[in-house]
Design a protein around this ligand. Sequence first.
Ligand code: PRT
Ligand code: ZN
Length: 297
Amino acid sequence: MKTRDRLRIAMQKSGRLTEPALELLGRCGLTFRQSRDKLFCFGEGEPVDLLLVRDDDIPGLIAQGVCDLGIVGRNVLDEFSLTAGRDAEPLNEWRPLGFGRCRLSIAVPQELDYQQARQLAGKRIATSYPGLLGEWLRTHGIDAGVVTLAGSVEIAPKLGTADAICDLVQSGGTLVANQLREAEVLLESEAVLAGPAVLPADERGDMVELLLKRLDGVIQVRESRLLLLQTSRHTLDAVTRLLPGGPQPTLLAVAGQPDQLMLQALCAGEVSWRQLEEIKKAGAREMFVLPVEKMLA
Ligand code: PRT
Ligand code: ZN
């Protein structure tokens, strides 16, 4: 087979991951001309094209070598790896991408007094993730029935086709609406950049390396926050101890107030209201949390 000289990335055609994936690729300098049938998008700047498909098809397309990379939920990638069979090309999660967060959980009817996993023994659990559920049941030594359904898993207990379900949960609203309660979390998921465990040894491999570097820069900046606050000198230690991880803060004098300092710290992740309230209690005031747009160390 003739090798391609352009990199091909598979992503979801229309769904939860579509917009954030396109946005992320855009930030990495990849823009696309959308073709009419919308299956194939030609990359404009870099030699990178997109294939727009159903998310479930993405791991298989990579394993077959039709695409070099894919943007897909960890839940779909891991399920493929567990069920594809030994002959399939092994896939790797190259980067977590920080969107499409959800968890794969077992949920039980609210009226069940659920205390521990052993109570699932002998029950029928409906799921679209038989690989991941089967593996979890095996590692926990639980003998339960797995009922594989393609969709509408959450109504199975009401229909009497299962006693519990194993499905993706985000806000938990779907579970509540179906009188179900989350009992066990099997997998924390988010969108990931998936690819073969061994990258192609030609220009496409170089392009993947370049893309990974750009992604790292984009992800690092996206999660960084600049924290600005004022504190008096005698509360400085207490305030500094509570700062979320990152390099040493910068201290600036405040004009006309010799006891006051302005503190500036780059934080590696989101700063929550709780954290801010704790820092304030330690003596900080005038606090600002700013997003970081670009960073060049
Ligand atoms: O057509 P195609 O097959 O491509 O799309 P799809 O319908 O299979 O996928 P889509 O767009 O629904 O989800 C794509 C990916 O988004 C999933 O594989 C997950 O990795 C991720 N994701 C994040 C979610 C959710 N959050 C989510 N909440 N996928 C599905 N859900 C569903 C879940 O199945 C349940 O029905 O939303 C419901 C639960 O949501 P809450 O908020 O009520 O808990
Ligand atoms: Zn799907």
